[in-house]
Design a protein around this ligand. Structure first.
Ligand code: MN
Length: 274
């Protein structure tokens, strides 16, 4: 597991506020992913698999298996809880990205929802293709509902060469190399590390070796100051403390049915939130 966002030097890319890259992992029996019920507020979770499968359950009653090429998008709003696990029948592989999107003030206290997209638009890039998870790239638009102007795309090279991707200059962008060898100009990009591109770019040209894959993230700079603690995105210490208290009291976040195991207790509140 490698955390690419947030880092001390970078807290946000557009509304993207969290990014973990996990795997690739090959396993025998068992379940490498088993995350018991836990709560969220103020964000969307984006589950983006490269290999393997994951079973999502939530307090809305959703039970949904996700595979590579698909998207699970959970909008926490004022509160939701969910679990994620490797299903009993699995491929023995796991590789993916877990991302969070901060919800803008106008939506963050709204109702929770969950959406699964079994297919996503794909656009040709010259040396391969890009799948658009959220937002729009090269005229291909994802059906996923975003509450900020933003982009998330999975770019794959099937042969060696340069890939020119058009960008919205009003967005800030960042790249994460998932697999293979990718260079920006004469600089090789270290994998699993967020490479921030800033705003004002009309395009980016990358040199990608065959079999390489990267995540392209972008969005209009998020004009709101957020507070992140544990699984919560808020604005004030009081609302973070209230959310923690509600989870510990068993209110607000409902319950996840079908999951076998314990819910995850909240860690002690950091002093800055008391
Ligand atoms: Mn979660």
């Amino acid at each position: 597991m490698r955390r690419a966002l947030p880092r001390a030097a970078r807290r946000l890319v557009g509304p993207w506020c969290f990014l973990d890259h996990y795997g690739p992992l090959a396993f025998g029996v068992g379940a490498p992913m088993n995350i018991g019920p836990h709560p969220h507020i103020g964000l969307q979770t984006v589950t983006w698999l490269i290999e393997g499968e994951a079973l999502h359950r939530d307090s809305l009653g959703t039970e949904r298996l996700i595979r590579p090429g698909q998207l699970n998008l959970m909008t926490a709003g004022s509160g939701i809880s969910h679990s994620e696990e490797t299903p009993t029948r699995n491929s023995g592989r796991l590789h993916g990205l877990q991302l969070w999107v901060a919800l803008p003030d106008a939506r963050r206290n709204g109702p929770p929802s969950f959406d699964h997209f079994a297919e996503l638009p794909v656009t040709a890039t010259g040396t391969g293709h890009a799948m658009v998870l959220i937002g729009e790239l090269n005229g291909a638009r994802s059906p996923a509902k975003a509450y900020s102007r933003m982009l998330g795309a999975d770019v794959v090279a099937s042969h060696d060469g340069d890939v020119a991707l058009p960008l919205d200059p009003s967005f800030e962008h960042a790249l994460l190399v998932i697999d293979g060898h990718v260079a920006l100009g004469d600089r090789a990009l270290e994998p699993s590390t967020l490479h921030y591109l800033g705003t004002g770019r009309e395009a980016v040209t990358l040199t990608m070796r065959a079999g390489s894959r990267l995540a392209l993230l972008g969005g209009e700079p998020f004009g709101e100051r957020i507070l992140m603690w544990w699984n919560f995105v808020g604005r004030t210490p009081e609302e973070i403390a209230d959310a923690r208290n509600d989870w510990e009291q068993g209110s607000r976040f409902g319950s996840v049915s079908g999951y076998v195991g314990e819910r995850i207790p909240a860690p002690p509140l950091s002093p800055r939130f008391r």
